[in-house]
Ligand binder design. Structure first.
Ligand code: KG4
Ligand code: ZN
Length: 363
């Protein structure tokens, strides 16, 4: 398909229902004409995590509304888009099926080609959507459901250098916040509490630092916070605000140290052939201490640091439309046998990762 090209994207793999319209010009420069995201935080709040059945039903109810809103925002009838892109995995199966069925319906009704996109490819290609970062670049994907280092060498060329073997960092932030009595989502509340905390009061572990790989683990760190909390509670019948802040600061410092050290390791696998870039995406990339530390590591290696704006770092459909725009140069559209793939590793050469988070097994 020749560029310029305009795509409608759909995303429904976890707890955000999203639709977007993205145009990519003949120089590869992308413009997000519309991006609509309907979150489901309220629906899941009482359960302390995402309930897959509730999520799937909400996606099925919201998808067509999001599509309508996105087309209205872009001021474009459905017939004017060139193709329809949809997240086909990895993620919660019910949500992914909702999106894939909706996209198939739109494709069947309009005759527009259909492209199933890997959700992680959407995140991993976002630095090209926002900043046209040249290949190859190093990507740290760090959210509530994912944590991996990728060497991105093309629209469909991803090498996984390592990742978490258990919890994703965002998941750890959320669980630790719950343990120490801070509100959800845990990331922002821990970051705020940590500002008035002493990161050195408690000596929390930096798991897998001695291992000569980019693999990470956050589950033991979470347990260490739990034990410290229990000791404090037993000794003084509760946590003071200062205890909460010190626990938050100590935990956050441990996560930051691990991410920074493993990013240094990841640079060792990044060829030094030209200008290098370290990119980050995912909700945890909103954390100022994390950003600051990664920016520092990028500077050590003389690499550019690219962190897309938060609305394009967290789950959205613009990244899905954009990923399809890059990939449609390389592959044929999908047909109506396209099916949802709850597990879909980006790098099919590396063995699958262990562990599971709110999005299921880490791909
Ligand atoms: O990428 P995202 O919106 O959703 C997926 O998980 O795909 O990431 C959400 C995660 C949550 O776990 C949240 O606690 C974390 O990102 N998060 C943060 C911050 N803001 C959001 N973690 C640390 N610091 C923050 N400021
Ligand atoms: Zn995501």
């Amino acid at each position: 398909m020749p560029q310029p090209v305009t795509l409608l994207g759909l995303e429904s793999s976890c707890d955000d229902t999203a639709a977007a319209v993205v145009r990519v010009d003949k120089h590869g420069k992308a413009v997000v004409l519309a991006s609509v995201v309907a979150g489901q935080t309220d629906l899941h709040a009482a359960f302390g995590g995402v309930v897959p059945e509730i999520a799937a039903r909400a996606h099925a109810e919201k998808l067509d509304l999001c599509v309508e809103q996105a087309l209205a925002q872009a001021d474009m009838p459905l017939g004017d888009v060139d193709a329809i892109a949809v997240t086909a995995g990895p993620g919660l199966i019910g949500g992914v099926v909702s999106g894939v069925m909706c996209a198939k319906g739109l494709s069947a009704a309009t005759g527009k080609p259909l492209y199933g996109v890997n959700h992680l490819a959407g995140h991993a290609l976002t630095p090209r959507l926002t900043d046209q970062v040249p290949y190859p670049y190093l990507m740290l994907l760090v959210s509530g459901g994912h944590c991996q280092f990728l060497l991105v060498s093309g629209p469909d060329d991803f090498s996984r250098l390592g990742g978490t073997i258990d919890d994703a960092p965002g998941e750890a932030f959320d669980k630790v916040a719950r343990l120490i009595g801070l509100p959800q989502p845990g990331g922002p509340s821990i970051e705020t509490a940590a500002r008035s905390g002493d990161a050195k009061r408690f000596a929390f572990p930096r798991p897998l630092m001695d291992r000569d790989s980019c693999d990470m683990s956050f589950s033991g760190l979470k347990t260490a916070v739990l034990r410290t909390r229990d000791t404090l509670v037993a000794a003084q019948e509760g946590l003071s605000v200062q205890d909460q802040s010190d626990l938050a600061a100590g935990f956050q410092a441990a996560v930051v140290d691990v991410l920074a050290a493993k990013t240094r390791r990841a640079f060792e696998a990044y060829p030094q052939t030209g200008a290098r870039s370290l990119c980050v995406a995912g909700g945890v990339a909103a954390n100022q201490s994390v950003r600051h530390a990664l920016e520092g590591v990028a500077a050590e290696f003389d690499a550019a640091f690219v962190a897309p704006p938060l609305n394009l770092c967290t789950d959205n459909a613009a990244m899905i439309a954009y990923a399809a725009a890059e990939q449609l140069q390389l592959r044929a559209p999908d047909d109506f046998t396209l099916s949802a793939r709850p597990r879909w590793p980006l790098d099919t050469v590396q063995p699958s990762m262990l562990g599971s988070g709110k999005k299921g097994a880490k791909a």
